[in-house]
Design a binder for this molecule. Structure first.
Ligand code: HEC
Length: 245
């Protein structure tokens, strides 16, 4: 997602609503920016996993050197480059501890996967960007109460199933009239509590089609049935549910 200087596109009116909703010592002045940053942090981590795929799936090699510490350092460095927010500086922003909880979740997920990542003699290990993102979201929710997930209309993993809100926004994203890449943000209630929900659409690139492409129904390398996506089509979205207090 592209971040403007203030980190927010298309959301100023809604963001203003978010600010008035938030009475407590909440996060930042602009929760929409917090949600964007969380999405950015998980995207960066997923990108790191993506870069590591050949290394992870190298059957000849045991120690891959792809550790949780490596992940955390990469995420912090790249986040700083993209947002100018340096999470190595204590309390650099009011919501730094929330961001660091997500970095920590990313570190833990890579650490927990070390046995499989470093297993010799097998190539495809199933530790792919989407799996990393799902596990990271689960760890992060336990730490923070903030929900963060990768979801899609034709989801593979039941944990990624869209809720009603997500299904509706996904339908909107898949409408050709929806401006490509534009995220959706809304202040609403979940379980009687005010939340900010943000969804950021993702599209199928050429590399995704090995698994999600054609022929539809054929098994991919992970053993799942391919969805028959075409390049450029909506693949899914990253969804955040950020409690406002
Ligand atoms: C190696 C095969 C593979 C490739 C390549 C791949 N995916 Fe997936 N994708 C999967 C698997 C397996 C899951 C289920 C992950 C899980 O268990 O949560 C998944 C899940 C997803 C989900 C979450 C919804 C769901 O189905 O559970 C989205 C969205 C998604 N992929 C999009 C993409 C995009 C976009 C790309 C390209 C950038 C991509 N995938 C590349 C195998 C792949």
């Amino acid at each position: 997602m592209k971040l403007t200087r203030f980190g927010v596109r298309m959301v100023s009116a809604l963001a203003a609503a978010a600010v008035t909703l938030c009475a407590g010592p909440v996060l930042a002045a602009n929760e929409a920016e917090v949600a964007e940053h969380l999405i950015e942090l998980v995207k960066i981590g997923r990108g790191v996993v993506s870069e590591q795929m050949a290394n992870i799936n190298d059957p000849a090699k045991a120690d891959k050197g792809f550790t949780g510490d490596y992940m955390a350092a990469q995420v912090i460095d790249r986040f700083k480059k993209r947002t100018k927010v340096d999470l190595r500086i204590p309390n650099v922003v009011p919501q730094a501890s929330l961001y660091l909880a997500l970095v920590e979740a990313e570190r833990e997920v890579v650490n927990e996967a070390q046995p499989i990542i470093n297993k010799q003699g097998i190539s495809f290990k199933g530790f792919i960007p989407a799996v990393f993102a799902r596990r990271t979201g689960e760890h992060f929710y336990k730490k923070s109460g903030v929900r963060l997930k990768l979801t899609g209309i034709d989801y593979r993993n039941p944990s990624n199933k869209p809720d009603d809100f997500e299904a509706e926004v996904l339908r909107m994203f898949s409408d050709p009239r929806h401006p490509k890449g534009q995220s959706y943000v809304r202040n609403t209630m979940v379980d009687g509590r005010p939340v900010l929900r943000m969804m950021d659409p993702e599209y199928a690139g050429a590399t995704c089609l090995n698994c999600h492409g054609s022929p539809k129904g054929e098994r991919d390398v992970s053993g799942h049935k391919k969805e028959g996506w075409k390049e450029g089509e909506l693949a899914g979205a990253i969804s955040v549910v950020l409690p406002l207090k």
